[in-house]
Design a protein around this ligand. Structure first.
Ligand code: GLC
Length: 564
């Protein structure tokens, strides 16, 4: 029987995420810009990807690199002008590329006009755009903050003798979604960008927007794990439905929410199409796998297990078996480089593990999201000193530990694996000065391995490079609907060396074998009978298959077979 495919461009598309600050500088100030992205559009198109997601490019004082927006309808001067943006959009459309912008509306910058007004007086018309706690009510109930040296989400403001809420830095006050005017402002600015022709939004910490404005004491059961508490605001789904009805349903766009704290049993509430909320969201289960319980940025003492990695992906695939749609990612601007984290960035295994991970993302159900540089296997930079870091998250956590007399050395070791700056180093274009990113001093150091093959120019001319493997694997996905929509079946869940699964659509069956091992490994296929296995792609020589269904895999070997 034919499967009913609910085909959509955002299910079939491959996303390429760009951190504009680090992509390509054209003005010689050490900071990437919009003209830099324009300059590289042909490169991006040639990768075979379809959709570009840009991290925030709006006007911002850059306390958190653009995630603190002071004007939602203007472009950050460092990145260019609105004319540059319009040119970018037009040139993307000419090439058939879609553009997804970042929507950061859980909070604004404290330099946004709304907040400047809001803090002026208690009866200012904008007062109620933010969450204020009058000091005469006493100290507000504990709320945690990322990026705050004291982890305190309430900041006392003398001018009106009140505290304002900031779940992120003191310069990122939370907008009060409970105020209808705020919601209307958000819908209006979304329309502004959609009318320009933007194709969608990635919605920053969208799970945090609804709050219980009585601010009750945190339930004891949360025990320091505040993210799930923040994610479960009472009106969250009302707001998302209202947003859909007011804006989204009128455009052919895609939406992907960033949803920390959203658990698998809540997943369909966001993306079941009948509920008219979002198309996709990013869950954080994988991002938590190698971290201490409830600690987003603290590396776990024990190494993660492949069986757990498989379980996360298999469970999330299952939840979307009938309804909804997933999003697949291994890294982004908040988490370290995928090859360093889930693969192996040693000289010996770098190529194989980087391409194996690409094979994984491109052979799973769910829209794949690649982060700039992942296509050439960029790795963690692992800074030695605090002065090399630029990220407020690392810098402020350092200050907290320093103030408490904690172990700074251990912290710096942790950051070598955990810091967000690992993933923000400049794009490595060639082996000229600063990897061709800038002629000036780059805002963040360039990873020195651009001189050792981790750059676009060198890989472009080598047919066996990570880059060219990526391009080939992209085509394999595009040419095979079964890899996009086919049923996923996990094989041998407890095998700690090989991740194996099939993707099946009608009569087509693909077998995907991914070695996560540094050793040669035999994989015996017992679950699936076949007469012939045709190799579609592999990142190494074809593995030898013995008559008894034994596949001999090299370290980090990836291969996809069509079974007949
Ligand atoms: C999201 C962004 C992150 C930012 C934070 C606050 O998690 O991805 O980069 O710091 O929200 O806006």
């Amino acid at each position: 029987m034919k499967n009913e495919l609910n085909r959509q461009w955002w299910k079939e598309g491959i996303v390429y995420q760009i951190y504009p600050r680090s992509f390509q500088d054209t003005t010689g100030n050490g900071i990437g810009d919009i003209q830099g992205i324009i300059k590289r559009l042909d490169y991006i198109k040639n990768l075979g990807v379809d959709i570009i997601w840009l991290n925030p490019i709006y006007e911002s004082p850059n306390d958190d690199n653009g995630y603190d927006i002071s004007d939602y309808r203007n472009i950050m001067a460092e990145f260019g002008s609105m004319a540059d943006f319009d040119e970018l959009l037009q040139k993307m459309k000419e090439r058939g590329l879609k553009l997804v912008m970042d929507l950061v509306v859980n909070h604004s910058s404290d330099e946004h006009e709304w907040f400047k007004e809001s803090r002026k007086s208690r009866d200012n018309p904008y007062r109620d755009y933010y969450h204020w706690w009058p000091a005469e009510k006493g100290t507000p109930p504990k709320r945690w903050s990322f990026f705050d040296v004291e982890s305190n989400a309430w900041k006392y403001d003398e001018q009106t003798d009140a505290y304002y809420l900031h779940c992120f830095s003191v310069k990122q006050p939370d907008l009060k979604w409970e105020n209808k005017k705020v919601r209307q402002e958000v819908y209006d600015l979304m329309k502004f960008w959609f009318e320009k022709g933007v194709d969608g939004f990635r919605m920053d910490v969208i799970s945090f927007i609804s709050k219980d404005t009585n601010f009750p004491e945190l339930p004891a059961s949360y025990n320091g794990e505040f993210i799930p508490f923040y994610a479960n605001g009472p009106k969250l789904h009302d707001y998302l439905q209202e947003m859909n009805e007011s804006v989204l349903q009128n455009y052919d766009v895609m939406t992907v929410g960033e949803a920390p704290g959203v658990t698998i049993d809540q997943a369909l509430n966001f993306v079941d199409a009948d509920r008219k909320e979002l198309d996709m969201f990013f869950h954080f289960d994988l991002m938590a796998l190698d971290r201490e319980e409830g600690e987003t940025f603290l590396m776990a003492k024990e190494k993660w297990k492949l069986s757990e990695f498989k379980k996360i992906h298999s469970d999330w695939d299952a939840v979307f078996a009938e309804k909804g749609w997933g999003s697949m990612y291994l890294n982004n601007h908040d988490f370290p480089r995928s090859v360093s984290r889930w693969g192996n960035d040693s000289r010996t295994h770098w190529y194989s593990s980087a391409t194996m991970l690409q094979t994984f993302l491109l052979s799973m159900r769910g829209t794949p999201y690649f982060y700039y540089g992942e296509e050439i296997g960029m790795t963690n930079i692992k800074f030695d000193t605090i002065s090399d870091y630029r990220d407020i998250n690392t810098i402020n956590r350092y200050k907290t530990i320093e103030a408490n007399g904690g172990d700074l050395k251990a912290f710096l070791e942790n950051e070598k694996d955990a810091s967000r700056d690992n993933a923000r180093t400049p794009m490595q274009w060639d082996n000229s000065k600063n990897a061709g990113f800038t002629t000036a001093q780059p805002w963040l150091k360039v990873n020195a391995n651009f001189k050792h093959g981790v750059n676009v120019a060198e890989q472009d001319s080598n047919k066996d490079s990570v880059l060219n493997y990526f391009r080939n694997m992209v085509q394999v996905r595009k040419n095979n609907l079964a890899l996009i929509y086919g049923t996923y079946t996990l094989l041998q869940k407890d095998n700690e060396a090989v991740y194996a699964y099939t993707r099946t659509l009608d009569d087509t069956v693909f077998l995907v074998l991914l070695s996560f091992s540094t050793k040669n490994t035999s994989f015996t296929l017992t679950e699936q009978s076949f007469e012939k296995a045709k190799l579609i792609i592999s990142n190494d020589d074809a593995p030898s298959i013995k008559t008894d269904n034994i596949f001999e895999l090299k370290p980090y070997q990836a291969c996809i077979y069509k079974l007949m």
